[in-house]
Design a protein around this ligand. Sequence first.
Ligand code: 5RP
Length: 227
Amino acid sequence: MSTAIRTQDELKALVGQAALQYVVPGGIVGVGTGSTVNKFIDALAGMRDQVRGAVSSSVASTERLKAIGIPVLDANAVDSLAVYIDGADEIDGRGYMVKGGGAALTREKIVAALAERFICIADASKRVEVLGKFPLPVEVIPMATQHVVRRCAALGGRAVLRMRDGQPLVTDNGQHILDVHGLSIADPLGFESEVNQWPGVVTVGVFAHQKASVCLLATSEGVQTIT
Ligand code: 5RP
């Protein structure tokens, strides 16, 4: 009889471990950001001798990778990556995602763009029918904040500046994050294209043009592979 896997932390560890099968021995791996990716990095420690290096999507992941002895390369030093492994805040049945809960969406999109395959690792709570219930992160240049807030309102969204310790959160890129509540994103491709071209938007947290190639979804029954 199989042992029930109950906690979200256990599910994240399970899917972090499962992602190792996509790491190409001798290669350079793209690494995302967040608590699920942290479990993947923990698992990756067990095969660090088989990995030439990593391209990281955040200062936080870079520190963790270095701590386990994996060299971190600048994104400009690689032409392409076989895989990028990252979590998501939401993922739908087509592999479209909302990301940026950890404020790393811009670098995540850059590293994902270098990769031939995006392997999304998530627990079952992240699977949705329609994107938008999770407040959509949008990285903005600070002087454009109120302009972008108004444009979100015109789409029916309520944008809230993300704070940390009483101050606007500052991303690894020196910018701010708006979290947009109340959206229902029926057309992720069109939505991403539209918001990306608003002046002052650095990155919108819809990952549709760079969707997941594979989703490893951890459930209490085990890891499902969705392609
Ligand atoms: C960070 C992200 C993360 O992948 C996303 O927030 C999921 O994080 P977690 O694994 O902690 O739930 O996009 O910017």
